[in-house]
Design a binder for this molecule. Structure first.
Ligand code: SF4
Length: 458
């Protein structure tokens, strides 16, 4: 049996390379590959980096689908199905919108793939695929050994992705992750993560958990387990651990060099509206940032604009704040209503969504605002985000922020990483903006019927 795994791209910008910062190893593909019995031949295409060979012989195609890659995934699926090849889809978009995804696949997997994968392969081999396999509530996270050999010699970012936990215990109203996991989190054994790191042969890791400190006691366990490895790592964390000096010290000792923090807004009413008032409940942002800096941890702060209190003043104040506090990196994005989230339902009820379902709009582009904000027009909000990025990544700001010698430039390695990532962001701003959803390297694909027609949306 021959199985083809495909990781779809978001889309393309005509004549331009794919955004380099988005070219990280697709860990989910390596985990899926590790679930294949030895007799199954596996081919992998990373749609972000190479053309897909639609005519190469295969018995089954497996696609991982996120909301931003849904249109592209459905087009790829249509091309294979037109050639008589069955297609299976999984991923959080599929789980949150099963009735949509089912229209483009022979079978879908809900929730985790691990508990149902043996059955999926068995049914595919016999030609008796069921329309739906449900891995929800059957999670087993022990003994996961990602098969990274499928990445071959592709030029991914020089950092290895590992997973400790899935999900998050918080309930931010815009977050599709917590909707998918129903505000819960499950962990792999910390020893498995350490073994995974050792077996990968790498020294630099991105722990991909959506919130590595959602359960601080589990974070402590991991830190103690990986400290002897002498590695460097970065991860995503919520800011509530800023007051936990012991954990921050353990993280730094275990090799943590920086954390991505969802700061989201400097406006308290916005934070309350998104269910994230806890961000500043115990400490101000300034105090929290000082805590991370004290432990030598660089902070990548992410901000979102488009909540009801947001206007040009808030946008300007946010950039000034990010510069004043010398964030290592920062993201300034407009609010995106992901399907399945409370935010999406609220905007839908209020009649504020534009071009719904926006992720299937063949003219949709990265950077488009797909709802009507309260105080700005969609175009103003889009321009506000671009303006913020340009201000934060201009030469003067980069020079000001590198003068933080506690975290950003605490040694030559950090200085090198700071310069590489900030320069990359400086030059990538326009490349990311306007990338067209659903477009691939091939100009035409046989069997690529208009997706919106199929859904009766044209
Ligand atoms: S803390 Fe982060 S991962 Fe958790 S629900 Fe909020 S946005 Fe999602």
């Amino acid at each position: 049996m021959h199985v083809t795994l495909i990781y779809p791209s978001v889309g393309r910008k005509a004549g331009k390379p794919y955004v380099r910062a988005w070219q990280m190893q697709p860990l989910s593909m390596a985990v899926l590959a590790s679930l294949m019995p030895r007799e199954v031949e596996v081919t992998f295409f990373d749609d972000r980096m190479e053309s897909i060979d639609y005519d190469a012989p295969t018995d089954l195609v497996v696609l991982s689908v996120e909301t931003f890659t849904a249109l592209r995934a459905y087009r790829i699926a249509a091309a294979f199905r037109a050639r008589g090849v069955p297609v299976i889809m999984g991923g959080y978009h599929v789980t949150l919108l099963p009735s949509e995804a089912s229209q483009f696949a022979d079978a879908i997997v809900l929730g985790d793939a691990e508990p149902v994968w043996t059955q999926v392969l068995e049914d595919a081999r016999r030609g008796t695929l069921q329309p739906q396999y449900d891995g929800r509530g059957k999670r087993v996270l022990s003994d996961i050994r990602p098969d990274r050999s499928i990445f071959g010699r592709r030029r991914y970012q020089n950092i290895t992705l590992v997973e400790y936990a899935r999900g998050c215990n918080f309930r931010c109203d815009f977050c599709s992750i917590t909707s998918f996991h129903k505000a819960s989190q499950s962990h792999r054994p910390a020893q498995d993560v350490a073994r995974d790191m050792e077996e990968s042969g790498s020294r630099r890791f991105f722990i991909v958990d959506d919130n590595i400190v959602s359960d601080p006691s589990k974070a402590r366990q991991l830190c103690r387990e990986i400290t002897p490895l002498g590695i460097n790592w970065v991860g995503q964390a919520s800011i509530h651990i800023a007051e936990d000096d012991e954990l921050l010290e353990l993280m730094a000792k275990s090799g943590c060099r920086g954390v991505l923090i969802g700061m989201e807004s400097i406006n308290q009413d916005n934070l309350a509206a998104m269910g994230k008032a806890w961000n500043t409940a115990r400490m101000s942002y300034a105090q929290s940032l000082q805590q991370f800096r004290k432990h030598g941890l660089a902070v990548y702060g992410t901000f979102v604009f488009g909540y009801d209190q947001d206007n040009w003043d808030v946008i300007k104040q946010s950039v000034a704040f990010a510069r004043e506090h010398k964030l290592f990196l920062a993201a300034f994005n407009h609010l995106v209503p992901f399907p399945g989230t409370p935010l999406y339902r609220r905007l839908q009820e209020q009649g504020k969504l534009l071009g719904d379902p926006w992720w299937l709009n063949p003219l949709g582009r990265v950077g488009d605002v797909v709802f009507r904000p309260a105080q700005l027009s969609p175009t103003e909000l889009q321009e506000g985000c671009l303006w913020a990025r340009r201000q934060f990544y201009n030469w003067r700001s980069m020079f000001e922020r590198v003068r933080d010698t506690q975290a950003n430039a605490r040694n030559t390695t950090m200085l090198g990483v700071y310069l590489g990532l900030n320069l990359g962001s400086h030059f990538d701003i326009d490349l990311r903006q306007g990338l067209q959803l659903g477009i691939g390297t091939e100009s035409t694909v046989a069997g690529n019927e208009p997706i919106r027609n199929q859904l009766g949306l044209a």
